[in-house]
Ligand binder design. Structure first.
Ligand code: XIL
Length: 365
């Protein structure tokens, strides 16, 4: 546990104590509405991805404590973050995130056990037999270490990338190269044998986009889910990332119908990494915030009408810490600051917050 973070329980205790001492009025105002509380009334878990910033930025930590019910490890559990060298596994970043969540009563999504991206150079040099051994032992090490602390594992991230030209449209990388598509079922079965409680998820990108990538990936993900179900492979949920890209074609009604088809395969659906790329929107920040909010509202109103959708997670909470703030992703316009999330860089609510709250509330009615 990180003593630097006051727990939610402790804050409540302090507030109660203050009430007894007459420091706050006896008739207290209702607790402020948060995305987490409004979502809960709609039968939804709401959360955000989380990283090391919460250790240095106490206000940001407090925002998670107030607004979220679940957090996803942003990069702390990625293979290359844990295992930059062959000899050593560094759990410290992941351990601190899990401790923060536990101290504050937040659930944790483990992201991600197996991904054909983010492979360190040392792994790529291994033989197929060695890669299979590392695969099994990595899953065992991680799942055993965090058993009982993980709500859901993104067991496999982004299985498909048809542009790689591999059979079945699978994403290429060390795990696929060593085992072919069988790596997916192997990972799910292995996690299930080690942790009976965690929900097992396959997490995929681009499905909400109606360009060539979305059109190529959607049917493949649907067929994979069906195959796994028919083979009796344990799988509880499909994660749709929801990195919305309004500069490209999209069709929320079609995506909604797609979710219904997935749901017929008896899986839950999670929106796992939602944000809005605002690069095609108005340069004026106020007008852009409104456009981002509209995009959130339209998407969520479509998606949340599907009963199987049980969770909505943003990729970070504040524009300050969005991955779009990374120079590699930033729009190549001088002075452009992306505004993709429900809180701005000063951690103030944006119209996107209201649009999300309204969509959650509408589902709750
Ligand atoms: C991102 C992280 O947020 C960045 O810090 C990192 O540099 C790149 O990856 N889909 C995923 C996430 O599944 O793991 C990615 O996270 C965003 C896209």
């Amino acid at each position: 546990m990180n003593p630097g973070f006051p727990s939610r329980r402790r804050l409540l205790g302090l507030a109660a104590a203050a009430g007894v001492c007459g420091l706050v009025p006896r008739v207290q105002a209702a607790a402020p509405e948060t995305l987490g509380s409004i979502a809960a009334r709609a039968g939804l878990l709401y959360g955000a991805s989380i990283a090391a910033e919460v250790e240095s930025d106490k206000d940001y930590a407090a925002l998670y404590m107030r607004e979220t019910a679940i957090v996803t490890t942003d990069y702390a559990m990625k293979f290359d973050a844990l295992r930059p060298t062959e000899e050593q596994i560094d759990f410290s970043g992941a351990d601190r995130i899990v401790a923060f969540a536990q101290a504050n009563g937040l659930l944790v999504r483990g992201h991600t056990l197996i991904w054909n991206e983010n492979a360190p150079a040392w792994l790529k040099r291994k033989s197929s037999a060695e890669i299979e051994r590392i695969f099994d032992s990595h899953i065992e090490t991680m799942v055993t270490r965090y058993a009982g602390k993980i709500h859901s594992w993104d067991v496999v991230n982004e299985p498909f990338w048809p542009d790689h030209g591999k059979p079945g449209g699978f994403r290429d990388g060390p795990w696929f190269a060593a085992m072919g598509e069988s790596y997916v079922a192997r990972a799910l079965k292995r996690v299930a044998s080690l942790d009976k409680e965690a929900r097992l998820v396959i997490n995929e990108a681009h499905c909400e986009i109606d360009n060539g990538w979305g059109k190529a990936i959607r049917p493949r993900l649907l067929m994979l889910t069906e195959r796994l179900r028919d083979q009796g492979v344990p799988l509880h949920a499909v994660g749709l990332q929801g990195h919305l890209q309004p500069q490209w074609a999209y069709d929320d009604r079609y995506f909604r119908a797609y979710l219904e088809r997935l749901a017929r395969l008896s899986v839950d659906l999670y929106i796992t990494e939602m944000d809005v790329n605002d690069e095609s929107f108005d340069p004026d920040p106020a007008r852009r915030d409104q456009q981002v909010a509209w995009r959130y509202g339209d998407f969520l109103n479509a998606v949340l009408s599907v009963k199987a959708v049980k969770m909505v997670v943003n990729w970070q909470l504040s524009d300050k810490y969005s991955w779009y703030a990374d120079p590699a992703l930033a729009r190549k316009i001088k002075g452009w600051r992306h505004r993709p999330l429900p809180f701005d860089a000063a951690l103030a609510r944006k119209p996107a917050w209201q649009a999300m709250a309204d969509a959650f509330a509408a589902r709750g009615r």
